[in-house]
Design a protein around this ligand. Structure first.
Ligand code: NAD
Length: 319
């Protein structure tokens, strides 16, 4: 599990362990909010080709989730473009080459909804994120361009070296044990934190005009999708996301319900990404019969209490 110390990677390790696999996790850092479930955890930098080769010893199946990534505040400001592209591309180049040399045969690659062209996501109400709309390419971020390059890299290794590469495009995965306050958090976690920190009757800030739309997928649903995909005979690229679209202000209001608070929203300028985005799940439904099993609210109901706990714990430390 490359990226086994990260949000989705750490959860996926637990899932694979519960299914009886032996798992080696590799990451720059251990999971921040829980103890790893991996049989072996290697703290290593996958930008280093020699280390990448070493951690590939004896491995049959690879999940490649390591990336230099974050929410809008990290990937849409432009300040991190060069490092994001350099770091993530290097990780993917090293991973595939190590797999080729060591004979690992199957790999899951986590691509992103950010590869979809900006011109199909200009309106909040009817974004087009069907898999076959990826080209002509025009992602709105360098993070998205790197993902698209790496998708092609995985496809090339599949074509030329017979590696069974599976590519999924995640759409906004959220849940407990994700980044929530380090500048890399994404909208659901950031909004849960703001709601938790704001007093009833108070005011909180939301980036953009709040009318931009997205769809969000709860972590457990994502893990189901990934495992079903890996066990199928379909190789993608395929969306793994939810089709339930909400505005960002709507998401904030939904979270307030769980907090039992009425908070007014002040929309302020900030990095927002495309105007509208939603997973299109027709292909994954057709190929492997997968769809999320519960609405967005069900995932938020499990995520908000976890973030509230983090906020309270931090308050207790700084008090
Ligand atoms: P995350 O940041 O929590 O996990 C990524 C992990 O990669 C981190 O633990 C990080 O330390 C590790 N990493 C970074 N550089 C490394 C290096 N040089 N060597 C070793 N490890 C390194 O992110 P996540 O939300 O768990 O995302 C996992 C994957 O899914 C990423 O590839 C991401 O681009 C993709 N994705 C996530 C989402 C989402 O909504 N979370 C959406 C689309 C795509």
């Amino acid at each position: 599990m490359c990226g086994g110390g990260g949000f989705i990677g750490a959860h996926l390790v637990k899932r694979l362990k519960s299914e009886g696999f032996w798992v080696r996790a590799v990451d720059l850092k251990r999971p921040e909010f829980s103890t790893t479930a991996a049989d072996e955890f290697v703290e290593a930098d996958l930008r280093d080709p020699a280390l990448t080769l070493r951690v590939m010893d004896g491995i049959g199946e690879v999940y490649q989730l390591a990336a230099d990534m974050g929410g809008a505040g990290y990937i849409f400001t432009g300040e991190h473009d060069a490092v994001v592209m350099h770091n993530s591309a290097t990780i993917n180049l090293n991973t595939l080459e190590a797999m080729r040399i060591k004979g690992a045969r199957k790999v899951f690659y986590s691509s992103s909804a950010c590869i979809y062209p900006e011109y199909n996501q200009l309106e909040p109400d009817n974004p087009n994120c069907a898999e076959d709309s990826a080209y002509p390419a025009q992602p709105d971020s360098e993070y998205g361009w790197e993902k698209l390059f790496s998708e092609r890299l995985y496809l090339a290794y599949k074509r030329n070296f017979g590696i069974d590469a599976r590519i999924a495009r995640f759409h906004n995965i959220f849940g407990p044990e994700g980044a929530w306050c380090d500048g890399r958090e994404k909208a659901p976690a950031a909004l849960c934190r703001k709601v938790a920190e704001t007093l009833d009757g108070g005011q909180m800030e939301v980036w953009g005009d709040g009318k931009q739309t997205r769809s969000f997928l709860y972590i457990d649903e994502c893990l189901d999708g990934v495992r079903r995909f890996m066990e199928s005979d379909f190789s993608g690229p395929v969306n793994i996301g939810s089709e339930e679209m909400v505005t960002i202000n709507g998401l904030a209001t939904m979270i307030m319900k769980f907090a039992g608070k009425r908070i007014s929203i002040r929309n302020i300028p900030g990095p927002t990404g495309v105007r509208g985005r939603r997973s299109d799940n027709r292909l994954i439904a057709e190929k492997i019969g997968w769809a999320p099993s519960a609405p967005l609210e069900a995932g938020l109901a499990k995520t908000y209490p976890w973030i509230l706990e983090q906020v309270n714990a931090r308050k207790a430390i700084t008090a």
